[in-house]
Design a protein around this ligand. Structure first.
Ligand code: BES
Ligand code: MN
Ligand code: ZN
Length: 505
C-alpha cells in the first residue's frame, strides 16, 4: 500500500528518488527547454525524447537545482486522452520498478490544462494517472519465500517497492486532485484484490476462500454479506451449483454482497460472477496442456467482489448487489457424469452433455436467485465462460451479450471509456436450436458452432424474462498468460468497466 500525497510545494523543494515530468506534445515544443534549463538540467536530452504517450527518458540530475537524483521525462501525447494517460501511468510504474525507487514526485502542475484538452475533469485525470501507476506497480509475490535468493547484493528484483507518491499541483487544483487520487487509489486497490484472487491457485483458494474474500472486502467497505453453505445450498435446491460441486472435496458457497447507499438508490444493479476456483473440466476432462490456467476461472466472481467494494467506497448512488456461486469443477467417483439431467434453482431442467460447460450451470442458479429475490433494475453477469470467445475476440476484448440495445450501448461506451473494451455478439433466437435437448428443457453444451453465443443463450433462459440483462464473457481478457507491460496472470478486468458504467447511470 502506497502513501499518496498532494502538495503545492515548489518542485525544487521536493525530495524523492525520482521526479517525473510529464509533457504533452505542445508543452514539449513550447516549454520543455525552458523548464529543463531553469532546473539546471541539460536540455540536450530533448533530442532523444519524442514524447509519444508512454515514452520516457531518465536524466541524472547531479549538479541541478533539484533535490531528486533523477528526472524522468514522460510523454502524454497530444491531447492527454484517457488512453494516453494510462500508457503514461504504466510507463511511470515500469521505470519506478526498474530503477527501484522508494519515493517519487509526479509533476502535475499543468493538470488542469491537460484536463481541458482531454475534455475531462481534473479529478478524473488525477484518478486515471494514480490508478494506472498503481496498476503498473502490481506484483504477485506473496507465494515467494525468498529463501533461494542471494542474501545480499543487487538482484534484478530485490524487493524494493515504491512507498510514497507525491503529486505536485498548483494551488487551484489541490482539492480536485486529492479527490481524484483517492478515487484512483480505491479503484486500483479493488483491481489488485481481483488480481490477487485470480492469481491464487486452486489449492490456496477454494469456494470457502472466495466467500472469505467477500467477507473481508465487505468489512473494509461497510457492505452487507451473506454466505450460504453447502446445507443451505441444498435446502435452496440450487441444483446447478450442487451438480458441479459433486466431484469436489471442498464444499460450495453462494455469497451475496450488498452495497446500499445512504440516500434512496437510483436503481438496483445485480452483478453475478462465475466463481469456479479451478476448472479441470470434470469427467469431460480438459487436456493437460494449459489446464493450470484454469485457476483463473473465478475471475468473474473476483471482478464482482472488487466492483462492489469500489462502488461502496466511492459512495455511488446505486444499490449494487453481488451474487457469487463458487465451487471447483473436479472429476471423481461422485462427480456428475455426461448425460445427467439436473433440476436447477429455477425448476428448469438441464441435460449436462458436457461437464466442462459448468460455468453456465452455477450461473443459472445465481441469475435465477438474483432476479427472484432482489428485483434488480439491471442484471450483469461476468464469467470466464467459453474458449470460443477467445477464438472470436482474442485476449484483450470481452464478449458482450444483451437482450437490451440501449443497455448494450451503454456498456459498449463504458468499455471504450475505461479501456476495458467489449464487443457485442447476437443473442438471436436462431441460436436456440443449438441448445435443444431431447430429454430436458435445455442442453448445456450446444451443438457445433457459435460456442460463446449458445452459452449466452443458455444463461438467458434463467433471467425469467428480465428486460435489462447483459452477459460479459471475459475468458480472454481476465488472464494474461505472459508478462507484458504489466504482471503476468490476473488482469483485474471488469472493475474499471463496471465502475465507469455505474458512475454514468
Ligand atoms: N472455463 C472454461 C472457459 C475458458 C477457456 C476460460 C479458456 C478461460 C480460458 C469453461 O468452463 C469451459 O470449459 N467452456 C467450454 C464449453 C464447452 C464444453 C461447451 C469451452 O469453452 O470449451
Ligand atoms: Mn469448463
Ligand atoms: Zn469453466
Amino acid at each position: 500500500m502506497q502513501k499518496i500525497t498532494v502538495t503545492k510545494s515548489s518542485l525544487k523543494n521536493l525530495k524523492s528518488d525520482l521526479l517525473v515530468m510529464p509533457f504533452t506534445a505542445e508543452e514539449l515544443n513550447k516549454d520543455a527547454e525552458k523548464t529543463l534549463t531553469a532546473f539546471g538540467l541539460d536540455k540536450g536530452a530533448l533530442k532523444d525524447f519524442k514524447g509519444k504517450p508512454g515514452d520516457s527518458l531518465v536524466l541524472y540530475s547531479g549538479g541541478s537545482k533539484l533535490k531528486t537524483p533523477r528526472v524522468l521525462l514522460l510523454g502524454v501525447g497530444d491531447a492527454a486522452e484517457a488512453e494516453d494517460l494510462r500508457k503514461a501511468g504504466l510507463a511511470v510504474a515500469q521505470q519506478a520498478r526498474s530503477l527501484q525507487v522508494k519515493s517519487l514526485v509526479l509533476d502535475c502542475s499543468s493538470i488542469s490544462s491537460w484536463a481541458r484538452t482531454a475534455d475531462e475533469s481534473t479529478a478524473i485525470v488525477a484518478e486515471l494517472l494514480v490508478d494506472s501507476i498503481l496498476y503498473g506497480l502490481y506484483t504477485f509475490d506473496r507465494l515467494k519465500s525468498g529463501k533461494l535468493e542471494k542474501k545480499k547484493g543487487k538482484e534484478k528484483d530485490s524487493g524494493v517497492r515504491l512507498e510514497e507518491l507525491k503529486i505536485r499541483v498548483n494551488a487551484g487544483s489541490v482539492k480536485e486532485v486529492r479527490e481524484g487520487s483517492r478515487c484512483g487509489q480505491v479503484i486500483a486497490d479493488a483491481r489488485s484484490l481481483v488480481r490477487d484472487l485470480v492469481n491464487l491457485p486452486g489449492n490456496l483458494l477454494n469456494a470457502d476462500g472466495v466467500a472469505e474474500a467477500a467477507r473481508k472486502s465487505a468489512e473494509k467497505s461497510g457492505c452487507k454479506v451473506t454466505v450460504f453453505n453447502k446445507e443451505e445450498i441444498e435446502q435452496l435446491r440450487m441444483g446447478g451449483l450442487q451438480a458441479v460441486n459433486k466431484g469436489s472435496h471442498a464444499p460450495p458457497t453462494f455469497t451475496i454482497l450488498e452495497y446500499k447507499p445512504v440516500s434512496k438508490p437510483l436503481a438496483t444493479v445485480a452483478l453475478v460472477g462465475k466463481g469456479v476456483t479451478f476448472d479441470s473440466g470434470g469427467i469431460s476432462l480438459k487436456p493437460s496442456n494449459g489446464m493450470d490456467e484454469m485457476k483463473c476461472d473465478m475471475a468473474g466472481a473476483a471482478a464482482v467482489i472488487g466492483t462492489v467494494e469500489a462502488a461502496a467506497l466511492l459512495e455511488l448512488p446505486l444499490r449494487v448487489v453481488g451474487f457469487i456461486p463458487a465451487t471447483d469443477n473436479m472429476p471423481g467417483g461422485a462427480a456428475q457424469t455426461p448425460g445427467d439431467v439436473i433440476t436447477t434453482y429455477s425448476g428448469i431442467t438441464v441435460e449436462v452433455g458436457n461437464t466442462d460447460a459448468e460455468g453456465r450451470l452455477i450461473l443459472a442458479d445465481a441469475l435465477a436467485y438474483a432476479v427472484k429475490h432482489y428485483k434488480p433494475d439491471a442484471v450483469i453477469d461476468l464469467a470466464t465462460l467459453t474458449g470460443a470467445c477467445i477464438v472470436a475476440l482474442g485476449y484483450s476484448v470481452a464478449g458482450l451479450f444483451s437482450n437490451n440495445d440501449r443497455f448494450a450501448g451503454k456498456i459498449y461506451e463504458a468499455g471504450r471509456k475505461s479501456g476495458e473494451k467489449v464487443w457485442r455478439m447476437p443473442v438471436w433466437e436462431e441460436y436456440d436450436e443449438l441448445i435443444k435437448s431431447e430429454v430436458a428443457d435445455v442442453h448445456n453444451a450446444g451443438a457445433k458452432g457459435a460456442g460463446s453465443i449458445t452459452a449466452a443463450k443458455f444463461l438467458e433462459k434463467f433471467i425469467d424474462g428480465h428486460k435489462t440483462w447483459a452477459h460479459l464473457d471475459i475468458a480472454g481478457p481476465a488472464f494474461s498468460a505472459k508478462k507484458g507491460k504489466t504482471a503476468q496472470g490476473g488482469t483485474g478486468f471488469g472493475v474499471r468497466l463496471l465502475i465507469d458504467l455505474l458512475r454514468d447511470w
